[in-house]
Design a protein around this ligand. Structure first.
Ligand code: KG4
Ligand code: ZN
Length: 354
């Protein structure tokens, strides 16, 4: 089965063609993130206008059979069995562009249209282009700009939500603390790049990072998360350093390192505790924050050195951040088309699981 996926929930305009939920035949992503760098966050109006500008060219490029330097589909609209589209959650202006485009394609071609929940769909990046797909039961962590959610997946249909953030999401914390440090948007890659400088500096000079930040809720029994205290603690450190004229390149690097350590420590700890408790066969990560190399390194290190050998699936960075191939993959495994007339953009869509 060949599915054409469309994604436009935030600042990425994306389209992909995926075969049987696992093989990417073509995938194109256009991002307006550079336009939001100066403001340190997304301006919804600008993101929506960029969606309008990019949607048709991105779909055209995805469908183009002859293409250099990227995968080629060699499929035409006749080969497509269904259309999948992100209906939520996300920014209303951005979502509307993808949803209305997908509805138009479904109307014109008569093909089935499958609505997709963006948050849960992130996890399906783990089924793409892998030799061996994840085994169930699995513990699945979605860490994106707006979500931090932990699930127990017994199979594709039986999914239990174990916990989530009570305030800021992990990605949001990277973005907000990066803004406090004067680093651009998106904050995750910016903080990761600064933190990497600290690691290099440390090896050369054997210095100790004097800055310590909290690991909120890490030792509590619950699988909930809370990151707003980390943001407040960072603000306090920044203000303290500014009053003693010590807010400089070195301390920005040290703060970045500690922010990344704090966020990844909490994510790793809760995910592995859940994996141990439910005796799962795989651990799945998805969402933009899963592109963080330190997070991957810590999970792999702990698994390698523990008595529980559980395979951890972490998609390559390009499949962690927003794209349409996991939208199409999700639609293959959750193939519930509904008439195009009934499909609507749902900015506040929640993850509906049992
Ligand atoms: O999944 P995503 O692309 O969009 C949403 O669905 O939200 O996630 C975006 C988030 C942003 O908060 C961004 O700062 C974060 O993912 N992110 C990262 C990295 N790359 C993107 N966070 C940490 N390390 C990264 N390398
Ligand atoms: Zn996303």
């Amino acid at each position: 089965m060949i599915i054409l996926g469309i994604e436009s929930s935030c600042d990425e305009t994306a389209c992909a063609i995926v075969k049987d939920g696992r093989e990417i035949l073509s995938s194109v992503v256009s991002s307006s993130k550079d336009l939001h760098t100066k403001t340190g966050g997304i301006i919804p109006e600008i993101a929506a206008r960029e969606q309008v500008k990019c949607m048709i060219p991105v779909i055209n490029l995805t469908m183009k059979p002859a293409c250099a330097g990227r995968q080629c589909s060699n499929v035409t609209m006749n080969h497509i069995d269904a259309i999948a589209v992100t209906v939520g959650p996300g920014l209303i202006g951005s979502l509307l562009v993808g949803v209305e485009t997908a509805k138009t394609i479904a109307y014109l071609t008569g093909k089935p249209l499958i609505p997709v929940n963006h948050v849960f769909a992130h996890l399906y990046a783990n089924w793409l282009n892998v030799e061996q797909p994840p085994s169930f039961p699995a513990i699945a962590l979605v860490v994106s700009g707006g979500h931090t959610e932990l699930f127990l997946m017994k199979n594709h249909r039986e999914i239990k939500w174990l916990g989530g953030t009570r305030d800021d999401a992990a990605g949001e914390t990277f973005d907000k603390t990066a803004r406090l440090l004067g680093l651009g948007y998106p904050g995750g890659p910016a903080i990761a790049a600064e933190a990497a400088k600290h690691i290099t500096y440390n090896i050369k000079h054997i210095t100790k990072n004097q800055i310590k930040l909290p690991r909120p809720m890490m030792h509590e029994e619950t699988f909930d998360f809370s990151f707003s205290g980390l943001k407040t603690a960072t603000l306090r450190e920044v203000n303290k350093l500014k009053t003693i004229s010590q807010f400089n390149n070195l301390t920005i690097t040290q703060l970045s390192f500690e922010i990344q350590e704090a966020i990844t420590d909490v994510l790793v700890d809760k995910t592995l505790k859940a994996a141990e408790k439910y005796k799962v066969k795989s651990i799945l990560l998805g969402g933009g924050v899963a592109a963080n190399l330190r997070l991957k390194e810590k999970i792999q290190f702990i698994i390698h050195n523990s008595k529980f050998i559980i395979p951890a699936f972490i998609p390559p960075p390009s499949l962690c951040t927003d794209n349409a191939s996991y939208i199409a993959s999700f639609a293959y495994f959750h193939n519930h088309p509904i008439p195009w007339q009934e499909i609507q953009a749902r900015p506040d869509l929640e993850v509906e699981v049992g």
